[in-house]
Design a binder for this molecule. Structure first.
Ligand SMILES: CSC[C@H]1O[C@H](OP(=O)(O)O)[C@H](O)[C@@H]1O
Length: 340
């Protein structure tokens, strides 16, 4: 068993939440204090914190902060909800906090109770990731070359990670693996964040440009693809970082297993299929600049869809903390959740 570090992207102390500023990585490990509800809104919107499970957890602490400041519950809930539209984990966590608040609002220790609930959400996510890692690593053969997209690691969650959590677990269990990390334009979650995490853990990896995936697959280099998810609909369609759909098509063409890793809080059973998922569009400046450096004519227009939809038919399996859904479809997902 290899020993791994325990990277955590958030810490609650002295009655405030501190988070790693993910805009500064990999060059600087800067912690920022979220002092009021506005700080929370900005941190999620500007992607100081990002990753579907993490924005849910930060949203939960944000709700606690809002109530602590005397902001009406509905207002705090709505302001946090308006920060990012695609990852359902944020709405899942906020719904849970609001319902909890409505149940206990008359209690004299409501603030303490709300804080405990946010901490529970954080802890549950960490344990879910360890379970996902356990289920998923079994699917990773020894000596694998794994392709992953975006950042789904400790930084995107309460710790350990989802897709990157599976990679961590495979490494922890002594498997020899090499990870091929899509740089993931434009925010560069892959080259900045995933590569940083892999380096911290000593896991062998190469950063590749997003457009290299097909070539590497055609050469037979990649034998498995593992990605995360921001929202999964009842038929098994998956919204994830832009570029995931292309990877799934390439994997299918090259007959390479394509796994999606996500906690059950990423499922949105109110939506029939991926077409119904709202896709975040971010500023064109993110595409026209590579961080501070302009890389396009000022006058050109740019499109910046942050997510795309991978159809269920391209997915080999979805790995959750409660088990694996093989070749996902409506019937299997409803059965998995004990629904008709
Ligand atoms: C386990 S995180 C899932 C997901 O979140 C990321 O999005 P973003 O960096 O925009 O917050 C990405 O799609 C990851 O796969």
């Amino acid at each position: 068993m290899r020993k791994l570090k325990d990277i955590r992207p958030l810490e609650f102390r002295e009655d405030f939440l501190f988070v790693i500023n993910q805009l500064k990585l990999p060059h600087e490990l800067q912690w920022v204090k979220l002092s009021n509800l506005e700080d929370y809104e900005k941190a999620i919107k500007d992607m100081v914190v990002r990753g579907a499970p993490l924005i849910g957890i930060v949203g939960a602490y944000g709700f606690y902060q809002g109530i602590k400041e005397g902001i009406p519950a509905q207002e705090a809930y709505q302001r946090l909800k308006n920060t990012r539209p695609t990852a359902v984990n944020l709405f899942w966590a906020l719904d849970r906090m609001l319902n909890f608040y409505l149940k206990y609002k008359e209690d004299s220790d409501i603030l303490r109770k709300l804080l405990k609930e946010a901490q529970r959400i954080e802890l549950e996510d960490y344990h879910a990731n360890r379970m996902i890692g356990g289920y998923g690593e079994v699917l990773i053969p020894d000596n694998s070359n794994i392709l992953t997209h975006c950042n789904t690691g400790a930084l995107a969650t309460a710790g350990w990670g989802t897709a990157l959590g599976i990679i961590r677990s495979a490494w922890e269990n002594g498997k020899d693996i090499t990870v091929y990390v899509d740089e993931t334009r434009p925010y560069l979650q892959g080259s900045r964040l995933t590569a940083w995490e892999l380096l911290e853990e000593g896991i062998p990896h190469y950063i590749i440009t997003d457009s290299s995936a097909g070539f590497l697959m055609s050469k037979g280099v990649i034998n498995v693809v593992v990605v995360g998810a921001d929202r999964i609909t009842v038929n098994g369609d998956v919204a994830n970082k832009i570029g995931t759909y292309s990877l799934s098509v390439l994997a299918k063409y090259h007959n390479i297993p394509f796994y999606v890793a996500a906690p059950t809080s990423t499922f949105d059973l109110s939506l029939e299929n991926g077409k119904d998922i709202p896709i975040e569009e971010r500023k064109e400046e993110e595409v026209k600049n590579c961080h501070c450096c302009p890389v396009a004519p000022k006058e050109s227009k740019a499109l910046n869809y942050s997510f795309d939809i991978t159809p269920a038919e391209n997915i080999t399996a979805i790995i959750t903390e409660k088990g694996i859904i093989d070749r996902p479809n409506r019937e299997k997902i409803l059965k998995f959740f004990g629904r008709k």
